[in-house]
Design a binder for this molecule. Sequence first.
Ligand code: ATP
Ligand code: MG
Length: 581
Amino acid sequence: MYWKNAFIYTFRKDPAEAEVISHKLMIRAGMIKKVASGIYSYLPLGLRVIRRIENIIREELNKRGAAELFMPVVVPAELWQESGRWNLYGPELLRFTDRKNNRFCLGPTHEEVVVDIARQAIRSYRDMPLCLYQIQDKFRDEIRPRFGLMRGREFIMKDAYSFHADESSLDEMYWKMYDAYTAIFKRSGLEFRSVEADSGAIGGDVTHEFHVLAESGEDTVVYCESCDYAANIEKAAGRRQLNENAGDIPEDAPQPTEVATPDKKTIEEVATFLNVKPSDTIKMLVYEVNGGEYLVAVCIRGDLELNESKLKNVLGAESVAIPDEESLSSLIDIPVGFLGAHDVDKKSIREIVADFSVSYMKDCVGGANKKDYHLIHVYPSRDLYIDRYADLAYVTENEECARCGNGKLKLRRGIEVGQIFKLGVKYSKPMNLTYLNDKGEKIPVIMGCYGIGLGRTAAAAIEQNHDKDGIIWPIEIAPYKVAILCLDTSNPEAVALSNKIHDQLEDKGVDVILDDRDDRPGVKFKDCDLIGFPIRVVIGEKGLKNRTVEVKKRTVPEPQKVAVDKAVSYILDSIKSLYKK
Ligand code: ATP
Ligand code: MG
């Protein structure tokens, strides 16, 4: 490919709206162009990276017996009504009406469409296992699109769906996909971790996320230093259990006493004012469950943070949310900031749940249920009405691992690039996807689903692989593996040699681009580093005199002088050496 034909436009300055490095560099290197918030065009260089990732995905999935298809972005409401998601899915689902007043949505994921395909084909257990996948545009009307391709509204996803007659077949496919994902992200040159995750809105029981480790990640992954436990922060289990000795309170222990805490509402304010540690205070929060169906109160040690995913699971709830101050005051007449669990109006609050941490607390501080007052000398088992205890807190750095009990938990930022789910019968049941077993009975098909965000994977690769000059593409997903810089396009000898090496590399099947612009060398070097081609070949006047070219890997500072007649084989060897073993 010749640069002049390749449609490459670079920018020296960072775009104003870009917060993370991958977004800045993708725009500056001319990979993507914003069309609207969270919606991008993929320019030729960016598209080449996406295609590389696609190819890796295809190879790994095809090898494991998955078949590719292509479903539409526009999906009729009827299918989503059948699954029940038309009403359940929030405003991320873009719904619209056509000229005949038919309702549609833009697919944010394709379980409904694929189930509709599968139910015309699957008749008996002999038709399974079956795995179908596509690489296609999704639309989610994200509330805060940002970070370029990392959190877009329209984005390219590989979504796969598998169909099974029994759990063991699903289990086999699940781990096969787990292996495929491991191979895909490894081949894409990424440092990543697979973690147990919460199954959230898609449902199902077992799920893993694949996270690329990077400071800019929006998620937190937790892993144990000594065993192989790894989970995302929403799911990560705390080691703390109920304190069996919580009831052992000395008889002469002081009784709860009200103290004035004027205007001190937050844990920090109260702890500082009363000269205690935040871990000696109890935080009590009131939650509205299932969009206002009922209220629960939750107690947790003041220095810990409540994990709403855990709360949802403990309550078996669809949703939990803290009502705003105004609506809360219309529901209970206790001032926010002074809530305590020692006397609670059970008419308005259905139950009080507490994190295990509370069962270890003694002689601590809680709200007095009275404006500007707190209670001191609170012993939870003696003084508080707690209906049940559970693991409700986010784990913290260096906490003991719940799996092995020895290791310490570490927290790192991660970018979720893929997720695999055991779905079970969540879609097949309402949508009547069944098969006949050998007794002639109709049984719902068991499903799995498996997603990878391609744009997010490309962006994550940049987050991990860049320096002050630009991107450093891992060889497998680079837009071109080799860039030849012809420094003097007015010198026919330089042009002839550049063309020759270019053609020879192309003949060998190498993705190579020849910078044939009539620009200054400085411009060419800068662009080459910015775009991040793994190998740079420089053909300049000096080298021509001694019949050498300069070959440099993007990852090493110094170029190598290579004799012209050895150049092609040297470049081929350099490419090979860059592939991860
Ligand atoms: P997130 O929690 O980041 O919103 P998700 O868990 O909702 O993502 P999935 O439904 O698991 O996403 O989708 C599969 C994959 O699609 C994700 O692992 C991610 O790589 C990609 N993806 C999801 N949402 C976006 C988005 N808004 N922009 C780009 N890629 C996305
Ligand atoms: Mg996910």
